[in-house]
Design a protein around this ligand. Structure first.
Ligand code: AMP
Length: 576
């Protein structure tokens, strides 16, 4: 069954309707989620009822909570056996998923969630396994290692999740997944999440899932043409700065700033007030009377900025809202359409702005596809733009004050001062202006020179997508001690090396599989810690003993030499 995003059931479900036990509900309230995302509204009831589920969903849709909440709701916390296993393609995702389980399970005191992934110390993981972890979130390679060592027992697994299954296959983990599944009991609940549904995933679904409910986040809605839609690329940590710059430079009458959680509405509104903007928060926790007062204040211009969650702003109809700013990208295209529909009311034109971090670009594509409109990329206002605005506003405020009343008294006082102290009028005016700043700088400091700024931005981007050891330099050839004799394929090699070494698929060049060893092209300058980890990595239980291939030249040469350059009669695969 396909439950589109736009299904009314999905749109109006509340967490309270999902029969989630109190401790998990409390954790959901703590993290500030107001209502389930579309994938959660469709998936949670099915998983609670015991169905297998296939979710076609990407990161950003709330898919982690879609499986973590029902698992935590059903698990027997008094039993220390591993009852839930989540397989994830990368250690970053494994860690992220484990953290999510810990967050949603914060009020289940007996729960132990253990991430197991390559590159981390076995000792810590072994201690965790010995203590008993009801939920294990692992990468396939390391899960196999633990199975082989006899340190992980999957015979009590009731819930199995394959997260980002397509990514897992692309990384060459098909065999590992098969093997892990064969070690789990026949009767268990399986959930598979994947951004795409290639035939290989379909096959896994048919093989391992029983009559699954298929949930996909699809949207057919379009947006109004009187709304201009723009986006700005900005990494997570810079969003607050970006927001204040936009507010200073963009001429707007009133604006709704959309964020994901209740806490974020308060935090962002508070920070805006501290920076001198007239902002207020609305979210589902705010009493109706207060909400009405806030909206009345927005209508008559006592406040100009409303920081809201999707739920709180539903149906809001205020003509003076000239702008909608999507501070946090929405979970689905449907929400985007609802959000931007708050502007451009009563035949006016509206403006929609969206902050997109590098890892959220797929959501941008989905929005463009669903709304059948292209969003225009615009640059974040520069320091010069902001300062020019500040100077212009300063001049305007002088003009306004001069045109008003009540100047008489101060004119006399200033003239007295000028006479008594013999100070030029311009200096007195400057002193008064400075006094009014209360110690705060009037202009933004210039940005660091481009080179440093780019590096900072790259760092911010990297923080956003933790992919620390991804070099971009030339390739070099490395030898590993596994080959055809050990029945390894290129997929297993990419999977293990990427996972253990924290590398990305784009870090792989050609792979040549010889009879007893293989040659793999990897970045020439691998970080020493990555090298160290890779020396200790195992594939099919065999130490790969990765080391630079002395006889081989640089890989750009290898690539030119073409197939078979790696020794024996190797099989080649381009891993990108
Ligand atoms: P995921 O797709 O699982 O990576 O989740 C994306 C982001 O959405 C994470 O930051 C979650 O904390 C957040 N999130 C998940 N469910 C909800 C919800 N119901 N309301 C608001 N935010 C959510």
């Amino acid at each position: 069954m396909t439950l589109p995003d736009s299904s009314p059931a999905a749109a109006s479900t509340t967490f309270a309707e999902l029969q989630i036990p109190a401790p998990v509900m409390r954790a959901i309230a703590d993290v500030g989620y107001e209502s389930p995302t579309a994938i959660q509204a469709a998936t949670i009831p099915a998983l609670m009822a015991g169905s297998d589920v296939v979710g076609l969903a990407q990161t950003g849709t709330g898919k982690t909570a879609a499986f973590a909440i029902p698992i935590l709701s059903k698990i027997d916390v008094t039993n220390k056996a591993t009852q839930a296993l989540v397989l994830a393609p990368t250690r970053e995702l494994a860690l992220q998923v484990a953290e999510a389980f810990s967050r949603y399970g914060a009020h289940l005191p007996q729960i132990n969630v253990l991430p197991i992934y390559g590159g981390a110390s076995y000792t810590v993981q072994l201690a965790g396994l010995r203590r008993g972890a009801q939920v294990v979130v692992g990468t396939p390679g390391r899960v196999i290692d633990h199975l082989e060592r006899g340190t992980l027992d999957l015979s009590h697994v009731d819930y199995l999740v394959l997260d980002e299954a397509d990514e897992m296959l692309t990384m060459g983990f098909a065999e590992e997944v098969d093997r892990i599944l064969s070690e789990t009991p026949e009767f268990k609940q399986v959930a598979l999440f994947s951004a795409t549904m290639p035939p290989a995933i379909r096959k896994i679904t048919t093989k391992y899932l029983h009559d699954p409910l298929e949930v996909t986040t699809k949207s057919k809605t379009t947006t109004a043409e009187n709304i201009s839609q723009r986006y700005i690329q900005v990494a997570g940590p810079r969003k607050m700065d970006a927001l204040t710059r936009v507010l200073e430079v963009e001429p707007f009458e009133a604006m709704i700033v959309f964020v994901r959680t209740k806490q974020a509405t308060e935090e962002v509104a508070e920070k805006l007030r501290a920076r001198g903007f007239s902002a207020a928060a609305i979210n589902g926790d705010i009493a109706q009377a207060q909400r009405e007062r806030t909206i009345a204040a927005l209508k008559d211009g006592r406040i100009d900025i409303l920081v809201a969650t999707d739920v709180a702003a539903r149906g809001l109809d205020v003509e003076r809202i000239s702008h909608v700013l999507n501070y946090d990208i929405p979970h689905d295209t449907e929400s985007y359409v609802h959000r931007i529909g708050r502007t451009g009311r009563a035949g006016r034109s509206g403006n929609a702005l969206l902050f997109v971090s590098p890892r959220e670009r797929h959501m941008l594509k989905a929005i463009e596809k669903a709304t059948r409109q292209t969003l225009t990329e615009v640059e974040l206002p520069s320091v010069e733009d902001v300062n020019a605005q500040r100077v212009a506003k300063f001049a305007d405020s002088i003009t306004d004050t001069l045109g008003g009343s009540g100047l008489e008294l101060f004119r006399r006082l200033v003239e007295d001062y000028e006479r008594e102290h013999d100070v030029p009028m311009a200096d007195i005016a400057a002193a008064l202006a400075l006094q009014s700043r209360d110690g705060e700088a009037f202009l933004l400091s210039p940005e660091p020179p481009p080179q440093r700024r780019e590096r900072n931005e790259r760092n911010a981007e990297r923080r956003d997508r933790p992919d620390k050891s991804r070099p971009t330099k030339d390739f070099a050839t490395y030898r590993i001690a596994v080959g055809k004799r050990h029945k390894v394929g290129p997929g297993a090699i990419v999977g293990a090396i990427a996972n253990e070494g924290g590398l990305h698929r784009s870090d792989f060049g050609h792979i040549s599989i010889g009879p007893d060893f293989s040659l793999v092209e990897l970045p020439e300058k691998l970080h020493p810690t990555t090298l160290k980890k890779l020396e200790r990595t195992r594939i099919s239980g065999i130490l790969i003993d990765l080391r630079p291939e002395r006889s081989a030249g640089k890989s750009s040469e290898n690539a030119r030499r073409g197939p078979g350059s790696g020794g024996g009669k190797p099989r080649r695969k381009h891993a990108e």
